[in-house]
Design a protein around this ligand. Structure first.
Ligand SMILES: O=C(O)CCC(=O)C(=O)O
Ligand SMILES: [Fe+2]
Length: 287
């Protein structure tokens, strides 16, 4: 029987009593979907999915993104992104460095993904955990004066500067990529398109600044918001077991991967990504 169990006081729901490869009734799915929207993260343990089943389950939450240009997608499954240190024919089959700093996926895209579903296939005995922070809770805990100050601010994100920082194992952007990777504006406070709740949209792995604000004012505010939002009271550290699925709502969560002994242990994660809309601007998210 489907059971929904809170993970911490502020973030996450563990979904028990389901096999995601079975047909879930619309009623059960609706409860799971609502828990995802409300608590930003779902954990489902003990699953055994083929790539097809992973994609099919992800599709219930939205349109699944296809990695047409990634060197790290699974053979014949462009929807499955591989995060791993395991090598295939002497070549890495994934980037083991992805996400080592707090971030929200695709902050630098005009249409960032709505969510990501990570599935653990192989895990090291220690390390390789993933941290998550609930950005609704972080926003709501800010002093009223800070909320008023930041509610209508826009930030500008530079994708070009992000590449070497995020992926030390990948080459710097090519001139073509540089030309294509434009600076992207995002709201600093994001109104969730399903619940209407406000979240701090302050992801950190891509350099960003606040539009129209002098650097000496913007930089300390950015640092304050980033540090504020990852306090233990808003976060959950997930220690992976094989068969775990974690689905996070990228509109209301930040996350961060932690290191592990890459020389001696294997970690293999399959990720699907749910496409998203352009974050709405304006105090009510209407414009
Ligand atoms: O490997 C992980 O634990 C998370 C990596 C990450 O940032 C992601 O999948 O978006
Ligand atoms: Fe990520």
């Amino acid at each position: 029987m489907l059971e929904l169990v809170p993970i911490t006081e502020t973030i996450g729901t563990e979904v028990r009593g389901i096999d995601v490869t079975d047909d879930l009734s619309d009623r059960d799915f609706e409860r799971i979907y609502q828990a995802w929207i409300d608590t930003t993260l779902l954990l489902i343990r003990g699953q055994n999915m083929t790539p097809e089943q992973h994609v099919a389950f992800t599709k219930r939450f939205g349109e699944v993104f296809t990695y047409t240009r990634s060197q790290f997608s699974e053979n014949d499954h462009p929807e499955i992104l591989i995060l791993s240190n395991i090598t295939r024919d002497g070549k890495p089959i994934g980037s083991p460095y992805s996400g080592r700093v707090w971030h929200t996926d695709g902050h630098y895209l005009t249409q960032p993904p709505a969510g990501s579903m990570l599935y653990a296939r192989e895990v090291p005995p220690t390390g390789g955990d993933t941290w998550y922070a609930n950005m609704f809770a972080a926003y709501e805990a800010l002093p009223e004066a800070v909320k008023e100050r930041i509610d209508d601010l826009k930030v500008v994100i530079s994708r070009v500067q992000s590449r070497p920082y995020n992926y030390p194992d990948r080459p710097a952007p090519t001139p073509e990529e540089r030309a294509e990777w434009i600076d992207v504006p995002q709201p600093l406070v994001r109104v969730h398109e399903v619940s209407g709740r406000k979240a701090l949209y302050a992801g950190g792995n891509v350099p960003w600044r606040i539009e129209g604000m002098p650097e000496e004012e913007s930089a300390p505010l950015v640092t304050f918001l980033q540090e504020f939002s990852v306090q233990p009271r808003f976060t959950y550290r997930h220690k992976w077991q094989v068969g775990d699925i974690v689905l996070w709502d990228n509109r209301s969560a930040m996350h961060r991967a932690t290191p592990y002994d890459q020389e001696n242990h294997r970690r293999l994660m399959h990720r699907t990504t749910i496409s998203g809309q352009q974050p709405p601007f304006g105090p009510e998210g209407l414009s």
